[in-house]
Design a protein around this ligand. Structure first.
Ligand SMILES: Nc1ncnc2c1ncn2[C@@H]1O[C@H](COP(=O)(O)OP(=O)(O)OP(=O)(O)O)[C@@H](O)[C@H]1O
Ligand SMILES: [Mg+2]
Length: 281
């Protein structure tokens, strides 16, 4: 577990209040509120184009909101200029939708990018060694370190992206659609890896997903974006009890019911699944 070096650590790691995001006349968020609790995996769901990625980009300071306040790890992100090299940026890691590895760099070099940027004084040999360790931490083989993204499967790319997100030993991990494009077995393995890393490294995870299995298997709570706001946050049974039409059709539709049934089966057969190793994508 992490040593508590930061006095603000008792506060929730992410607090969003009254967020407004507009692009011209088009309003994505209108008075959105959300609190993420320390140590949880918060799933974020909503229809395509509902503003999940824009919310994440606002929280990490890549998207300056039209109005509202966002506090991350005790700093008011909406008031600071993130280009000014403030320490808070070192304290989160991000896996963007689509992975976004640098194609001309090897996996190891990709993981070294944030280390170079935030710790330029680091000895290159040590930096390489840290990068290698992060790659192995995500379940990739040692040999993957020297490979280029084009030589990797979809699942391996996701792991490499995760290794880069973990490069700076973050407290907060942002994952945008991490299992999109993976086959169900690869997706389940990635889910398990996320949960294990969260528990071992003491992370708080903001996880955008369409994957109902991910929501059932690893999320502590789920936040639903609709009508430009977070309309509900809670465990899946709590959400279903709200009787909101979008939530009901999402979780009680055929895919939702299948994910629920599979979750119940896994609860019974969980020990049998535990032997499965985490080698490939
Ligand atoms: N930089 C931008 N300029 C103009 N419009 C934008 C910009 N970024 C996002 N949008 C619009 O904001 C809306 C929300 O986009 P966002 O990417 O957050 O959706 P999303 O919920 O992540 O969807 P998906 O599930 O498809 O990834 C979309 O209509 C999108 O076209
Ligand atoms: Mg998105």
């Amino acid at each position: 577990m992490r040593v508590n070096n930061h006095p603000e650590d008792d506060a929730p790691p992410i607090v969003v209040e009254g967020l407004v995001n507009r692009f011209g006349d088009f309003t994505v968020h209108e008075g959105l509120d959300l609190t993420v609790r320390r140590g949880e995996i918060l799933g974020v769901v909503g229809g395509s184009g509902s503003g999940k990625s824009v919310l994440m980009r606002s929280i990490i300071g890549l998207q300056r909101p039209t109005a509202g306040r966002i506090d991350v790890l005790g700093r008011t992100i909406t008031e600071v200029d993130l280009d000014q090299g403030i320490g808070v940026r070192r304290r989160w890691g991000v896996l963007f939708q689509g992975g976004a590895l640098f194609s001309t760099l090897t996996v190891g070099e990709n993981v070294e990018v944030p280390l170079k940027k935030f710790y330029p004084e680091l000895d290159p040999k040590l930096r390489r060694e840290i990068a290698r360790y992060k790659v192995i931490l995500t379940g990739l083989a040692d040999s993957a370190v020297a490979k280029y993204p084009s030589e990797l499967s979809g699942g391996m790319k996701k792991r490499a992206g995760l290794a880069r997100a973990l490069a700076l030993d973050p407290e907060l991990l942002f994952l945008d659609e991490p299992t999109a494009g993976l086959d169900p077995i690869g997706a389940a393995k990635f889910d398990r890896l996320t949960r294990e890393l969260k528990e071992t490294l003491g992370l708080t995870v903001f996880l955008i997903t369409h994957d109902l299995d991910t929501l059932y298997e690893i999320c502590d709570r789920v936040a639903v974006i609709a009508d430009k706001k977070i309309i509900a946050v809670g465990t899946i049974p709590e959400l279903i009890a709200t009787k909101h039409p979008w939530i009901e059709s999402y979780f009680n539709g055929p895919r939702g019911r299948a994910a629920h049934a599979s979750h119940d089966r896994n609860q019974i057969g969980g020990d049998q699944a535990a032997w499965q190793t985490e080698v490939d994508g």
